[in-house]
Structure formats: C-alpha cells, structure tokens
Design a protein around this ligand. Structure first.
Ligand code: ADP
Ligand code: MN
Ligand code: MN
Ligand code: MN
Length: 342
C-alpha cells in the first residue's frame, strides 16, 4: 500500500510569493517517519536559472490531508539550495534563528487573515457591471442579500480543523465577498507554517466551488475596505504586566522601526494604509487603547486587566507571516530585554 503526500512550498514570485504544491506517492513504511526531502524545477518558480534549476524541498511540518482523507498528508516545506543552505526566498530560516534567540520570552501570535472571493473578474456578490449597496451591513452579517460565499467559508473551516490547524475563528468582513479567519495564538514558526497551510487550503477548497480567493490588500479601489492581516502578539512579560505592553508599543515607534516594519508588511501597503477605512497612514506610527485608527491597538480588556497582548493592524493580507513575526519578535523582544522586562 501507498499514501499521498502533498508537498507545499512558497515560490519566488515578486513582489508577492505564491504557493505551489505537488504530490509524492510514498510507501506505507514512510508513515509516521520523517518524510524524505524532494526536489523541483526552480526555473519555473522564479527560484533558479534554467541551467542550474534544481531546488530542494525540505519538509518542516506535516498535517492530515482533509481533502484526500485517509492516511494522506499535507507537507509544509522550506526551499533549500542543493548544498542544503536556505534558498534566498526562504524567509522561514531567518525566523528560526530569531525564534531561537528570543524563545525564552515565549512569544506567541494570533494572525487575522482577511481575504476576498472572486468570481471571474468581480468580487463575489458584486453585480455584473455595477456595485452592491455601500458598506455598512456586511460585517458579520447574515442573509443572502449580505453574505456571499458562506458555503466555501464553512468548508474551508472544516478542512482546517480536520488538518489540525489552530484556527480560532471566522467572520464575514466589511466589504461583500470579503472574509476573515484567525490562526493562533501559537509560537512564531508554528503560526506561520499553519497560516501558509490554511491559505493553501483556502485556495484548494474554493477551487471545488468554482471561485477564487485573493489576498490582494486593496481588491476594489475607492470607498471599499482593503484586506489586512492584523497580527496579535504577546510575550510572557506582556501576558503578566502592562509595563511590558507599553515597552513593546514604544519600541515599534523608535527611529527607523516604523518604516523597517511597514516596508516588509506586504506589497501595496501604501494603497491600503491610507488613514481611512480603519487604518493609520503608512508613514505615521501611533498606538492607542481600543483605537482602530492607530497602527497598533491595545485591546480595551488588556488595559482593564493590565496585561495581555497588542494588535499590529498594519500588515497587509498578502504579508509573509515568517517576516511579520520575525520583525515583531526582533523589535519588541530586544526592547523588553534591554528594559529588563523579561
Ligand atoms: P479583532 O477584534 O481585532 O477582530 P480577532 O478576534 O479577530 O480580533 O483576533 C484576535 C486574535 O488574537 C486571535 O487569533 C486570538 O487567538 C489572538 N490572541 C488572543 N490572545 C492573544 C495573546 N495573548 N497573544 C497573541 N495573540 C492572542
Ligand atoms: Mn478580527
Ligand atoms: Mn478583520
Ligand atoms: Mn483585528
């Protein structure tokens, strides 16, 4: 007997990388064992030149495959060169170093992934050649005049749960056809691997319904909300006291930090962070309690309890989770260490 392993990896498409996958048939004795490395043609994924095209897929995490079922698995991989060094597109390897360095502070993340369904060239729910009623009633709405694609969303949620992903919720968003799921709270590598797999499952699930999903941060220009990936973050010290919460918020505003972060928070971020539609302008850093117009929000119950987490509202829907979690851990954990608040 054999089983199927779907090897999933992140390609080298610029400015926003895409997911790729292919199937490996494995003999039964590979079950439960460490899965083998594999290879692919990097010249077809913007990860190599044709004359030296081989790249290596190294499994980093395995999940039950909810679509094929049985003993089949989804295998999240990182991309290596043939000398087994990380490929330049491999942002996971750098996160692994930073997690190792600051792991004692116990950083965890919950990422809110917003996305938009498209049917042909229009968002699901947008009438041919026109626009739906203005935003206002769609967020967390109910009823066929407000909700578009719930069958796909439910199937995706079910698939994520069957795969054992740490999904913490779903909701309909402000623009019709726009939705959100949340992954976490989990450690940096774990939340990032799982978010990539949840994205793959989203595209794969939607395929069966004849719709596509996009992480485009501003899928409709004009007076329609963009799509973000609010990144909720805490360390042990932040979960125990308010001083650490403030230190983290302040550290994100120091010197070149606001720009260092924002320019790595997803392509097209200046189109989304305009200061309108519950965003702060991309070039002005601010934080505040309950403030959805700030770069970083401290939830009201965090102020009330005097401990908890912060929400970085800036990352685009198309952000690389390996990058946003690395930057937040690096900036905030360095500052907490310096302040002796660990
Ligand atoms: P919002 O009110 O901004 O829509 P959500 O409920 O969509 O918030 O998402 C909040 C996310 O924060 C969830 O994924 C949740 O698991 C995560 N979260 C909760 N507590 C913490 C914590 N202490 N550290 C990091 N993330 C957390
Ligand atoms: Mn949310
Ligand atoms: Mn949201
Ligand atoms: Mn949020």
């Amino acid at each position: 007997m054999t089983f199927k392993a779907e090897y999933i990896w992140i390609d080298g498409t610029e400015p926003t990388a895409k997911l790729r996958s292919k199937t490996k048939i494995l003999a039964d004795d590979a079950k439960g064992a460490e899965l083998p490395i594999w290879g692919f043609d990097g010249s077809s994924t913007n990860q190599a030149e044709g004359h030296a095209s081989d790249r290596v897929l190294k499994p980093v995490a395995t999940y039950p495959d909810p679509i094929r079922g049985g003993d089949d698995v989804l295998v999240m991989c990182e991309v290596l060169n043939i000398d087994m060094t990380p490929h330049e597109s491999n942002t996971r390897a750098t996160l692994a170093e930073v997690e190792e360095k600051f792991g004692a502070q116990e950083p965890i993340f919950g990422i809110e992934q917003e996305y938009t369904f498209f049917k042909g060239s229009r968002p699901l729910g947008f009438p041919e050649g026109g626009f739906p009623a203005a935003q206002g009633g769609y967020y967390c709405g109910v009823g066929s005049d407000e909700i578009f694609g719930r069958d796909v969303v439910e199937a995706h949620l079910e698939n994520c749960l069957k795969a054992g992903l740490g999904i913490s919720g779903i909701n309909a968003e402000v623009m019709p056809g726009q939705w959100e799921f949340q992954v976490g709270p989990l450690a940096p590598l774990e939340v990032s691997d799982q978010l990539w797999v949840a994205r793959w499952l989203l595209y794969r699930t939607a395929e069966d319904f004849g719709v596509s999903a996009t992480l485009d941060p501003k899928p409709v220009k004009g007076d329609w909300n963009g799509a973000g990936a609010h990144t909720n973050f805490s360390t042990k010290a932040m979960r125990e006291g308010y001083d650490a919460i403030i230190t983290a918020c302040e550290s994100l505003g120091e010197g070149s930090k606001p720009l260092d972060h924002v320019k790595n928070y997803g392509a097209g971020i200046d189109d989304r962070l305009t200061g309108l539609h519950e965003t702060a302008p991309w070039n002005e850093y601010s934080y505040g309690v309950s403030n959805r117009g700030a770069s970083v929000r401290i939830p009201w119950q965090v102020e009330k309890d005097g401990k908890g987490y912060i929400e970085d509202r800036r990352p685009n829907a198309n952000v690389d989770p390996y990058v946003v979690t690395r930057l937040l851990v690096d900036t905030c954990c360095s500052a907490l260490e310096k302040a002796g608040q660990v």
